[in-house]
Write a protein that binds this ligand. Sequence first.
Ligand code: MTE
Length: 318
Amino acid sequence: MHIIRRRGWEIPEHLVTPEAIAMNRRSLIKGVGAAGLLLAGGRAAMANDPAPTDNLHPYARNAAYTVERELTPERITSRYNNFYEFGTTKNIWEEAQALKTRPWTIKVDGLVEQPFEIGIDDLITAMPREERIYRLRCVEAWGMTVPWSGFPMKAFLDRAKPLGSAKYIRIETFVDPRIAPGQRRIWYPWPYVEGLTIAEAANELAFLVTGIYGKPLPKQYGAPIRLALPWKYGFKSIKSIKRISFTQERPKSFWEVLQAAEYGFWANVNPEVAHPRWSQATEEVLGEGRRIPTQLFNGYGAYVADLYKGLEKERLWA
Ligand code: MTE
């Protein structure tokens, strides 16, 4: 396989997480795993803003979406997050508690029958809720398995009623530099933006997440609502969504604007296509410290491979 090695010249090197540093942080978390539990008692508590939909949890599990791997424990996944709005390290869970998740509205606009704004609790109440166990594979070569609670993106599309001319969905995270210190770093192209084709969004795997481990979603995971796209690298799973727009043009994502040589629109998981700075052949199982082979489409090819037929000339893999 031909591996292209490019320098990350678009942004200063210190802004990109080099693999070695990412790996060291992961080694660190192994130690912290056990000790972390003891420490947590003395530190700022994780507390969600109370919401009228809290008591809908736990959502009923949909057994069709399960995984043969062990679930990654909450004590690990809740202390190891990527949420650049709150900092560039994995340890942002305390900073993220500053996010105010109620009241919270989502704007739906662009090529739809009728643009609208909807309160998060009205949306949750109206949607068909369920729990699904999914893998997540981060482009940094670690993976986790978690039970997300939420509803299919397809149900949201049916509510949004896009026009026939809509080809893409552009999704945007909140902007509030007063509470999100990362957003005071003006060299980043805030807000965090991600995009999908309408066909991808309508795929049965595309899932809007409002909870995890049978409870409302804690803030560091992207409360009150985020995406889960298990066949794509984790950066496509945008957190704390404020706006969803239907467009004719392909949206440019946050990472694509920042570093187009390394991150593109499609970002499907493929172990045979290396990141310009590291291999994607294997992944570290978060919290377990062992590496396992990565699978094409993160193991979800049966659901999604057909979406990419005829698109072989596109840069389909990160
Ligand atoms: N969404 C926003 N708004 N900001 C981010 O920095 N990071 C992404 C994605 N969604 C990110 C985001 C990346 S790189 C990954 S791997 C996942 O969130 C991590 O999700 P987790 O912290 O719940 O594991």
